[in-house]
Design a binder for this molecule. Structure first.
Ligand code: GLY
Length: 465
């Protein structure tokens, strides 16, 4: 945990945005895989972590604005817990580290909320993303379980987003650490991957390194020779020379701060000429986009710049044609780049996605485009501020099914040379991704430098086998 002052100050700032009522925080519980005592890896709710820092299951907390007190609801370990799970730091000591003086049994929370409702006090809560919390809220607040999220407090969401979006000095230390650990892991992967290995062997090595760093994975490893499938979790292919390996993996530190890095490299020691051409287009888009990051710049414009640079390169290769701006406006580039250029990152790899993309990445005057293919996957569009942490991750993806579907529909005939694209049907995908901190002017990459040019990657691959 950070120093207790950090959590006290965070709650003081949050409190200052409200006049009255209750701010309710629900931590996460253990989540069973196949029976109650066989749980998934425990992950605390990031809002709870941010304001209270306690990384234990089955906690809740209230910031009571009218009574000017913070209350934590949770139990000390029972004798059964001590027998089965072992000794842990007492919850009252953790409360002290979070700067909370009121520790109350969890079964008192329902009554606390009932009394508040009887007095007509406003209970602000954040959108629940776990079924258990949705059910609890529905019970406490007399809401239809399917509509609970509709009653989440917009004021609370906006206040949390404004605060968590701007990373503090101690958070940046953690984010730098996460990015550096991840860069080391990516380098290890480039150095040790050999033809004949299964994708899953490399994914397992990445997971092992994440755990041995003291943290864990920030999201499931994407380690695939079919990098054109954006979130490809299948890891059963054997690596063959001629194919590319796309490694999209990041760790979170023990404090929960994430990294998100992607590199694409050849199974062989060298890229083919075609792989190099496509790689260089992606890397050029990465540089153009990351160089734009600065306060006041809309991330939507960073994304559109990525798209334009990709189209320019694809035109040079003869795969696209026509006016670049018009191609991007029409969405023709989505045959090759179907997603957004990046997202906010912090305690979540997609930071605060549980609070809603409209609130996190857009504004009342810049609404998220929820219908246009490509733009609907852009999680961030609004202007950047100093302290924001963003990923930049352009890519080129040759998806066979999308190619067939666009061709059948005769889409974008003014912009796409389908005959030329046909040759790339089995090419796969390339993405290059790093994490950036927006500064007062410009930005800087988080963590240590990781090879990203084809020459640097080939130099590493030369010693791999
Ligand atoms: N790197 C995984 C993602 O951004 O979804």
């Amino acid at each position: 945990m950070f120093n207790s002052i950090v959590y006290i100050q965070r709650r003081t700032i949050l409190r200052s945005k409200f006049q009255s009522g209750i701010l309710l925080f629900l931590g996460n519980g253990e989540s069973p895989m196949n029976y109650a005592h066989n749980p998934y890896h425990f992950r605390q709710d990031s809002n709870f972590l941010y304001y209270f820092g306690i990384n234990d299951p089955d906690l809740a907390a209230i910031v009571d604005l009218d009574e000017d007190k913070d209350v934590l609801f949770g139990s000390e370990l029972s004798i059964d817990d001590l027998v089965w799970m072992g000794r842990k730091e007492p919850l009252k000591d953790k409360c002290a580290k979070a700067g909370v003086t009121h520790l109350v049994a969890p079964d008192k929370l329902a009554e606390y909320l009932r009394q508040a409702r009887l007095k007509g006090r406003m209970i602000h809560f954040l959108p629940p993303y776990r079924a258990e919390n949705r059910i609890r809220l529905a019970g406490w607040l007399d809401l239809n379980v399917h509509q609970v999220a509709d009653f989440a407090s917009v004021d609370f969401i906006k206040a949390v987003v404004a605060q968590r979006a701007v990373k503090s000095v101690e958070e940046i230390v953690e984010l730098d650490k996460a990015a550096s650990i991840s860069a080391d892991i990516h380098l290890m992967v480039m150095k040790t991957t050999k033809p004949g290995m299964y994708e899953r062997e490399i994914a397992a090595a990445i997971h092992a390194e994440a755990l041995s760093s003291g943290g864990n994975l920030a999201y499931p490893v994407i380690l695939t020779i079919n990098g054109e499938i954006l979130h490809n979790y299948y890891r059963g292919n054997i690596l063959e020379e001629g194919k590319l390996v796309l490694n999209d993996s990041g760790v979170e530190t023990a404090m929960g701060y994430a990294s998100d890095l992607t590199r694409t490299f050849p199974v062989a020691k060298k890229f083919t000429a075609e792989q190099k051409d496509v790689y260089d287009i992606v890397l050029n888009a990465y540089h153009h986009s990351s160089n734009m990051l600065s306060p006041g710049v809309r991330y939507l414009d960073v994304h559109l710049e990525s798209c334009k640079q990709l189209v320019l390169g694809l035109k040079d290769m003869g795969l696209m044609k026509g006016d670049v701006e018009a191609a991007v406006a029409a969405g023709a580039h989505t045959l090759f780049f179907q997603c957004g250029t990046g997202h906010m990152m912090g305690l979540d790899v997609h930071d605060m996605e549980d609070l809603g993309e409209q609130y996190v990445g857009y504004t009342d005057t810049l609404k998220k485009n929820t219908t246009q293919f490509g733009l609907k996957s852009l999680r961030m569009g609004k202007a950047l501020e100093a302290g924001y942490v963003m990923t930049v991750e352009p890519g080129i993806y040759f998806n066979k099914e999308l190619l067939d579907s666009y061709q059948v529909e005769a889409k974008f005939l003014d912009f796409i040379n389908y005959k030329a694209v046909e040759r790339f049907r089995d090419f796969g995908g390339i993405r290059v991704e790093d994490d950036f901190l927006v500064l007062e002017k410009g930005s800087r990459m988080l963590g240590k430098y990781l090879a990203n040019t084809t020459a640097e990657i080939e130099q590493i691959r030369a010693g791999a086998y």
